[in-house]
Design a protein around this ligand. Structure first.
Ligand SMILES: [Zn+2]
Length: 247
């Protein structure tokens, strides 16, 4: 997603070494990769974005529904613990989240200069972390009519087979649409996570024309993206970044 004065990107793995589930670009510090490799990836990204290392903000995600507002740089590491979405009004600060099959969302109100990122796995999706991120943006001065949302590479409906207990959680929380719960797959149902995120965003008042669905599936494209379903949870992550450039 490119808007005037801001950019949002999801990283590709780049160099993939067969049998090495961390090979390629990986900036995630809590899924078992070597710190040297992580720091090298982060430095490369900061150079590319033209920012200092302290201006790249990556939380310790836990599938929570917690949103942090990045209001100063440097930003303390403690305030990034147990956080799955970030919002900021600061320019020149890259807010980022890690995913491998979960949905990465980027949010931007270009008029009021408020941006956000969120990690929405099935638990975050059921708990509507996308809406919580929007609410935090509104508290920071954004307006519903101007917020645009784009989703990065994540698992597609064809790939996301789930147990009946997961479907139950979606139904209990108001996700009944056949676009979200894909009952045509047997014997186990599938869920379309991006469609569920879209539903939550529409419910809160984001315009449909301001929502962009993912173009790539992480599991269908192992050469490009990390996929926890393919590689297991001890693997690298795709980093999705939003930054407003200094005027
Ligand atoms: Zn797929």
């Amino acid at each position: 997603m490119t808007l005037p004065g801001m950019i949002a990107i999801s990283t590709c793995r780049g160099c993939v070494v067969e049998g090495d589930s961390y090979s390629g670009f990986n900036a995630c510090h809590y899924t078992g990769d070597d710190m040297m490799h992580i720091e090298a990836s982060r430095s490369l990204l900061c150079d590319e974005l033209g920012i200092g290392r302290e201006a790249l903000i990556i939380p310790r995600q836990t599938h929570s529904l917690n949103v942090a507002v990045v209001d100063s740089i440097p930003f303390s590491a403690e305030r990034l613990e147990n956080i799955d979405a970030l919002v900021t009004t600061l320019s020149g600060v890259a807010i980022a989240i890690n995913t491998a099959d979960c949905v990465p969302l980027v949010f931007a109100d270009e008029v009021n200069k408020v941006i956000g990122v969120a990690h929405s796995g099935w638990k975050g999706t059921v708990g509507r972390i996308a809406s919580k991120t929007v609410n935090t943006m509104l508290q920071c001065g954004a307006s519903l009519l101007h917020i645009k949302v784009a989703m990065g590479p994540c698992i597609c409906g064809d790939c996301f087979e789930v147990g009946h207990e997961v479907v139950e959680q979606f139904e209990k929380n108001g996700f009944h649409s056949p676009q979200v719960i894909l009952n045509q797959y047997q014997p186990r149902p599938h869920i379309d996570l991006p469609q569920a995120c879209r539903q939550a965003l529409l419910e809160i008042g984001i315009r449909d024309e301001n929502i962009t669905l993912p173009t790539d599936c992480s599991r269908c494209n192992p050469q490009k993206f990390f996929s926890a379903r393919r590689l297991g949870i001890n693997s690298g992550r795709t980093l999705t970044i939003a930054i407003t450039h200094k005027a």
